[in-house]
Write a protein that binds this ligand. Structure first.
Ligand code: B12
Length: 215
């Protein structure tokens, strides 16, 4: 019985059936399946499966976005049970699109997929200044900051985030990853961030690495 629910959730995520994911997750909870089990062998497994298909080139970004939204519907249902069960998030991420840049589709995908994989994500939105990133690091004490940048004209604002954190001694306590169409591994190394990710699944791999989990 238990296995059926988990497998059905994985399939529903793969097929992007958000309402079905929410319904199955609720039913499984009602049947007494622990939140941790549903999270790890349901939602996270579902996103892993979609991630594998993306890597193999048999699933594309629109499907990933739909699947990630479906996983997030399951997550919403699971949230109260997770809070009660004391299941800790894998890590805390502050995310935002850099100052001057209003693109948010990729940033949202990174957010959804990180959430679907068990991370807590604080979303600062778009056009986020160095001061706003800094304030969020002070207030939220995240394990990492994820910055999205799609414009070559505004990606130059990324170093200001590092400087602002450095000035107040916070840079060492937080890992920083960047991504987005205008960025490259070389640029990331040049400005001194901790990692560059090409897509939302790399963002998860990086986040796990930052937390000392090797997948
Ligand atoms: C949609 C879009 C828009 C929409 C944005 C809507 C929205 N809500 O986001 C609108 C129409 C508003 C727009 C406006 C502009 N745009 Co525009 N836009 C695009 C377009 C077509 C798609 C971007 C997108 O959403 N892709 C899909 C997502 C899923 O991909 P992604 O963002 O790259 O994210 C993936 C990865 O990069 C990665 N990722 C993203 N963020 C992060 C973060 C981390 C930490 C990690 C690890 C990974 C990661 O994971 C994601 C999923 O796997 C691109 C062209 C392109 N092919 O990229 C141009 C593009 C980005 N835009 C461009 C331009 C020039 C503009 C404008 C300046 C146009 C203008 N003259 O007004 C304005 C700028 C407005 C502003 N101040 O931001 C240029 C940028 C050129 C450059 N190198 O600077 C592009 C490349 C088009 C082009 N070829 O000229 N745009």
């Amino acid at each position: 019985m238990e296995v059926d629910y988990l497998e059905s959730i994985v399939t529903a995520i793969d097929e992007g059936e958000a309402e079905q994911v929410a319904e199955l997750t609720q039913k499984a909870l009602d049947e007494g399946i622990p939140a941790k089990e549903l999270m790890e062998r349901g939602l996270v497994r579902g996103m892993e499966k979609v991630g594998e298909k993306f890597k193999e080139g048999v699933a594309y970004l629109p499907e990933i976005l739909i699947a990630a939204r479906a996983a997030n519907r399951g997550l919403e249902v699971l949230k109260p049970a997770i809070a009660k069960s004391g299941l800790k998030p894998k890590g805390k991420v502050v995310i935002g699109t850099i100052e001057g840049d209003l693109h948010d589709i990729g940033k949202n995908m990174v957010k959804f997929v990180l959430q679907g994989n068990g991370f807590e994500v604080i979303d600062l939105g778009v056009d986020v200044s160095a001061a706003q990133f800094h304030q969020a690091v002070v207030e939220e004490k995240p394990d990492m900051v994820a910055i999205s940048a799609l414009l070559t004209t505004t990606m130059v604002n990324i170093p200001s985030v590092l400087e602002t954190l450095g000035k107040t001694g916070l840079r060492g306590g937080v890992k920083i990853m960047v991504g987005g169409a205008s960025l490259t591994e070389e640029y990331a190394q040049e400005v001194g961030v901790d990692a560059y990710g090409e897509d939302c699944f790399q963002a998860v791999e990086i986040a796990l690495r930052f937390m000392g989990v090797t997948s």
